[in-house]
Design a protein around this ligand. Structure first.
Ligand code: FDA
Length: 310
């Protein structure tokens, strides 16, 4: 399949995911459609079972309570409270799991003041538990407030917080350069959202090229670089850079999503590299699941076939 056709399919999937009829149908048939492949379960108990299994296999993990686009202050406060109890539970489980969250799940769409309050509470709780919180990166309209919040938390002395930059965006090179003096814990990804060509590389090969450049740049800094991809070529290019520059294993790690390329995950582990698996859970899995389906043509075809055969 051509790259261009895949892009059209991906855009179609992501655009269609906003349709309420499709959302209702996918939610009802989630198990049949394979949502459990990407999501550890709807409850924290189910998720913790998966975290234990992955820890026993030698993986690091990070978990996320799924959800986004919350517009009520009360709901956002509830999500923050939920994250605090997740952190307390993880402290008792000894699974070495960090936490990642989306700002629109925890108050960004209400106000920047609220999201600072909720995220700071979660990050402080994580600090007390000896844990770490990653702030995911959402669509481009959220990049500035996300970077502002990250800087504010760091200026308040909170160092157990990390950020994500997306290789699809032209601006990420400048954003990374500006962050490097903070010695950030930065996760680099290709980018999972639909973005206009005015601000994002329209061609996949340009995203990939920029991804490698960002990895090389991040590795010149003193922070931790998390290379989050299932793309073997990007992984091997990262290892070339690491070897050429004599970068130690404490300065980088690979991250992958639960359920995607498990053989590659185990292979990297066996080769002696650190691999962290992002394991999401929760009843609000629809938007996450649709992004995963859109990333791969075979997934998208599977959904369309199921939809039209119903
Ligand atoms: P690419 O899409 O080229 O895939 C490489 C290969 O991996 C494919 O050929 C296929 O074999 C396999 N693969 C990839 N996706 C698959 C899928 N869904 N199903 C089956 N196979 C698949 N994005 C974002 O915008 N903000 C964020 O905060 C994050 N956070 C994040 C954390 C972690 C740990 C990861 C791994 C990824 C993210 N992402 C993200 C998502 C990221 O931007 C990107 O959309 C996906 O990782 C897919 O891109 P790849 O780099 O894997 O390459």
């Amino acid at each position: 399949m051509s790259v261009a056709f895949h892009q059209v399919l991906r855009h179609g999937m992501l655009a269609a995911s906003g349709n309420p009829a499709l959302a209702g149908w996918v939610r009802r048939h989630g198990t049949l459609l394979g949502a459990r492949r990407f999501v550890a379960g709807e409850t924290l108990d189910e998720c913790v079972r998966v975290l234990h299994r992955l820890r026993d296999e030698g993986f690091g993990t990070t978990t996320t309570l799924l959800g986004e686009a919350v517009t009520s202050e009360r709901t956002a406060q509830g999500v923050a409270a939920e994250y605090v109890s997740v952190l307390r539970r993880l402290a008792n489980e000894d699974v070495g799991t960090t936490v990642a969250l989306k700002l629109t799940h925890i108050g960004l769409d209400v106000s920047e003041g609220l999201v600072h309050e909720t995220v700071a509470a979660v990050v402080r709780c994580a600090a007390k538990c000896g844990n770490f919180v990653r702030v995911d990166m959402e669509q481009s309209s959220k990049v500035d407030p996300t970077l502002r919040l990250f800087r504010r938390l760091r200026s308040e002395g909170l160092t157990n917080v990390g950020i994500v930059l997306q290789a699809c965006l032209y601006r990420s090179d400048g954003d990374l350069r500006a962050l490097l003096p903070l010695r950030p814990n930065v996760r680099l990804v290709k980018g999972a959202y639909l973005e206009p060509r005015e601000i994002a590389f329209p061609r996949k090969r340009d995203v990939d090229r920029n991804f490698v450049q960002l990895i090389a740049l991040a590795l010149t800094g003193d922070g931790l670089t998390a290379v989050a991809t299932h793309d073997e070529r990007i992984i091997e290019r990262t290892l070339d850079i690491v070897r050429a520059q004599g970068i130690g294993p404490d300065r980088f790690e690979f991250q992958m999503l639960f359920g995607i390329r498990p053989r590659l995950q185990r292979d990297l582990l066996q080769r002696g590299y650190r691999v962290r698996i992002a394991v999401p859970y929760g009843p609000d899995w629809y938007a996450y699941f649709m992004r995963r389906l859109a990333e791969r043509p075979a997934n998208a075809f599977f959904l369309w076939r199921a939809l039209f055969q119903k």
